[in-house]
Write a protein that binds this ligand. Structure first.
Ligand code: HEM
Length: 432
């Protein structure tokens, strides 16, 4: 387990870690968490007091705390300009549970076999786009494919119209991912978010596309059987339907949730496995047989462990909360640092090594493997994302022999809360 050396609690000391991480890399945060026994205090401009946590026991306490003591919505306020005030991440309690229950059937359980067939076709198309024999960046192709997938799953957007949607979404997220939004969020009380014309223009274009789709379906009297259809058919206990605003916020929540996560997770899985020839050959052998997915699952779980595509997720203290011998005051933000949590040597011997074999006789469980978060706000797209990533790994390794364009590991590129391979997963593909 971690060996605490010197408890560091002064927020100004902790705050120095983040600028340092931007300059010398995220490992500085890992080191700080190791020195402090898995938790230290810091201060964020515009957010205020925060604690960074990466100890599985503490993370368990955080995720199991009742929502009136520690909530998720408070920490997600920073996403509100995109997902809206009524998006899943912005809600708690009964409203949150009800909307999750409405949306889950579109991306979980019985929907998965049908979506798997569509994912296989998509993966084969992407294989067809890969240049053969020359180095290329795989991540942009994966990103484009996953964006098309989420548009089809949420709103059945036809292929011919997807580019219009992709342009609108890209425009909005260029602003949402920028450092400018952090500064504007910090200055929000001075009107910095309300007075931001380029953001409002980009948001209006996205909103118009979604609201037009809603009104067309209502006019046709045919809601459809995708996620939007489920939201349009939903009724509350009094028989009232969801407002267009609530539906818009859920569609944006799904797009925001899926936008870079799955493609970055998959790009990391390829980045890791092509640098481990034994693992790659076992994965290819299993994909050729096509009868099971034990090794593909192990590769994926291990890639999500060593390179979680979402760097951290947050919670906000609402009532005094005792954690690790400290009393956290209301409004303290809790940041759960996933890469560091996943590198706990007590849970994973030689934690930096990429070893899919760790997962051959066990499945991820507990609070030491959390790429999809935990508790009542666990990622709604987790099973869909696992299915998509596994299917892509299988289809690719069945069709292509992949090797890294450069033997050195790609550095971690850290943007907003996401992690991606610093060279965009540069590989060379050959037909098998
Ligand atoms: C590898 C892929 C993905 C990763 C690593 C990931 C990770 C996460 C994480 C860390 C959270 C926050 C959980 C928490 O606060 O406890 C989250 C929430 C969420 N994700 Fe994902 N995600 C992925 C893919 C997707 C996809 C494909 C979708 C939709 C199709 C999606 C939709 C959502 C939604 C709607 C939420 C908010 C859930 C709520 O607040 O109840 N995610 N995701």
């Amino acid at each position: 387990m971690r060996k605490p050396m010197q408890p560091i609690w002064e927020p100004w000391v902790g705050s120095a870690v983040l600028p340092a991480a931007l300059i010398v890399g995220d490992r500085v945060v890992d080191r700080m968490l190791t020195r402090t026994g898995g938790m230290f205090g810091l201060w964020f401009p515009g957010i205020g007091k925060a604690v960074m946590v990466a100890d599985p026991t503490l993370v368990r306490e955080i995720c199991r705390a009742p929502a009136d003591v520690v909530d998720s919505a408070g920490a997600n306020r920073v996403q509100e300009p995109v997902i809206g005030p009524q998006g899943l991440g912005s809600l708690e309690g009964a409203d949150h549970r009800r909307l999750r229950a409405v949306m889950a059937p579109a991306v979980r359980d019985r929907a998965l076999p049908r979506l798997r067939t569509a994912t296989e076709e998509l993966a084969e198309q992407v294989v067809g786009q890969c240049p053969v024999g020359t180095p290329f960046s795989l991540r942009p192709l994966l990103h484009q494919a996953m964006m098309r997938a989420v548009l089809e799953i949420t709103m059945s957007v036809e292929r011919s119209r997807q580019n219009v949607w992709l342009r609108a979404i890209q425009q909005l997220f260029l602003l949402a991912d920028s450092y400018e939004i952090t500064i504007r969020y910090a200055l929000r009380h001075a009107g910095a978010l309300a007075l931001w014309p380029s953001y409002h223009r980009a948001k209006d274009v996205c909103d118009r596309l979604i609201l037009d789709e809603i009104s067309q379906r209502r006019r046709r009297g045919d809601e459809g059987d995708d996620l939007l259809g489920m939201l349009l058919r939903a009724r509350d206990e009094r028989g009232a339907r969801l407002t267009d605003g609530v539906i818009r916020d859920q569609v944006m929540s799904m797009i925001a949730g899926a936008r870079t996560t799955t493609s970055n997770g998959l790009a990391w899985a390829f980045e890791r496995v092509v640098r481990h020839p034994d693992a790659l050959s076992r994965l290819s052998d299993e994909s050729d047989k096509g009868s099971e997915d034990v090794y593909a699952s192990a590769v994926l779980y291990e890639a999500l462990r060593v390179r979680p595509p979402v760097a951290f997720f947050g919670r906000r203290v609402r009532r005094p909360f005792d954690l690790g011998g400290r009393r956290l005051a209301p409004n303290t933000t809790i940041i759960i640092h996933l890469r560091s949590l996943h590198h706990d040597p007590g849970l994973y011997p030689d934690p930096a090594a990429f070893r899919p074999d760790r997962w051959l006789d066990r499945r991820p469980a507990g609070y030491g493997w959390m790429p999809f978060g935990g508790g009542s706000h666990t990622c709604l797209g987790d099973r869909l994302a696992i299915m998509q990533m596994k299917t892509f790994l299988q289809v690719f390794t069945r069709s292509l022999a992949l090797s890294p364009a450069d033997r050195r590991d790609e550095p971690v590129r850290w943007k907003a809360i996401s992690n991606s391979p610093g060279a965009d997963c540069r590989v060379v593909a050959r037909h098998r």
